[in-house]
Design a protein around this ligand. Structure first.
Ligand SMILES: [Zn+2]
Length: 292
């Protein structure tokens, strides 16, 4: 009976009930109940902790989503700005290209009018690699064509050497002095004595001198194909070997040599033969900005 415990329960109507339980069983029951309570408390605590963490994570997530949305809007605005700028650049480039193309066509038309071929032949030496055709309007193509044409045009005598009245044309005519049929290898431009004579293309002075027929004269070479000759000058300002630029004053109108009055006799030679200067003088009349 030592390890047993007696539990006596007395009722209101003097009924009595008694229970016998061993001490070991009671201790086991108490410990089991306590363990259960502790476990439940632990689970409740862990559950609460998880809930708190979930709430915190959800708040962080919402904050991040908001920040990302703000950044996205910012980047979109930057991208939009860049696109506008790119569009503007594209527009400017397109205008510039169209202007270049226009100029290139003017230059080519000048050359065509005076009978100069501008066919673009690129050297096939020292080249190779994949074939990349140039599109009609590509930037490189337009620049290449313009460069090529401008290169040629530098050495083409264009425009009048002096602004005056053309009194005698190129070709067959009756000589004004001996009245016999003759060939006039240039044009005569009437202008008062002392008016400035300008050279009509970049070049180099090949000759300068005086003779009874031509009076004071200057001959200028332009590139490998062209020469211009200026006769009856009052005086010249250049020497043999001088490099000259288009529009440079090379002398003054005079009445020297075989001449019936103040004028400039102007000749153009192409590949050692005289050609009619008239179309060269007139072709650039409306396009000074291109050839200057
Ligand atoms: Zn003449």
């Amino acid at each position: 009976m030592k390890n047993k415990l007696h539990i006596v329960i007395t009722g209101e109507r003097e009924t009595t009930r008694s229970y016998v339980i061993s001490k070991t069983a009671l201790i086991t029951l108490v410990f089991s109940s306590l363990s259960l309570v502790i476990l439940l408390a632990a689970f409740s605590f862990l559950g609460l902790k998880d809930t708190c963490q979930t709430i915190q994570l959800r708040a962080s997530h919402d904050r991040l989503v908001k920040q990302i949305a703000e950044k996205e809007a910012e980047y979109q605005s930057i991208l939009d700005d860049l696109k506008v700028k790119a569009d503007e650049r594209e527009k400017l480039l397109s205008t510039a290209l169209s202007e270049l193309k226009n100029r290139s066509e003017i230059v080519e038309s000048i050359l065509k009018t005076v009978g100069i071929k501008t066919s673009i032949k690129e050297s096939t030496k020292h080249s190779g690699g994949p074939f990349t055709p140039l599109s009609e309007d590509s930037y490189e193509d337009i620049i290449f064509r313009l460069d090529h044409s401008l290169d040629i045009i530098k050495s083409v005598p264009l425009g009048p050497p002096v602004l005056g009245t053309i009194t005698s044309l190129y070709g067959r005519r009756i000589d004004p002095i001996n009245k016999k049929a003759a060939f006039h290898s240039g044009i005569d431009i009437r202008k008062k004595i002392g008016a400035e004579i300008t050279t009509t293309a970049d070049g180099k002075v090949l000759k300068k001198g005086y003779n009874k027929g031509q009076g004071n004269y200057v001959v200028i070479g332009h590139g490998k194909d062209f020469k211009t000759r200026y006769f009856h000058m009052k005086k010249s300002f250049v020497e043999k070997g001088d490099l000259v630029k288009r529009g440079q004053v090379i002398g003054l109108v005079g009445n020297t040599g075989r001449s019936t009055g103040p004028h400039l006799h102007y000749e153009i030679h192409y590949n050692q033969k005289s050609v009619n200067p008239l179309k060269f003088v007139r072709v650039a009349r409306n396009m000074p900005s291109v050839i200057k």
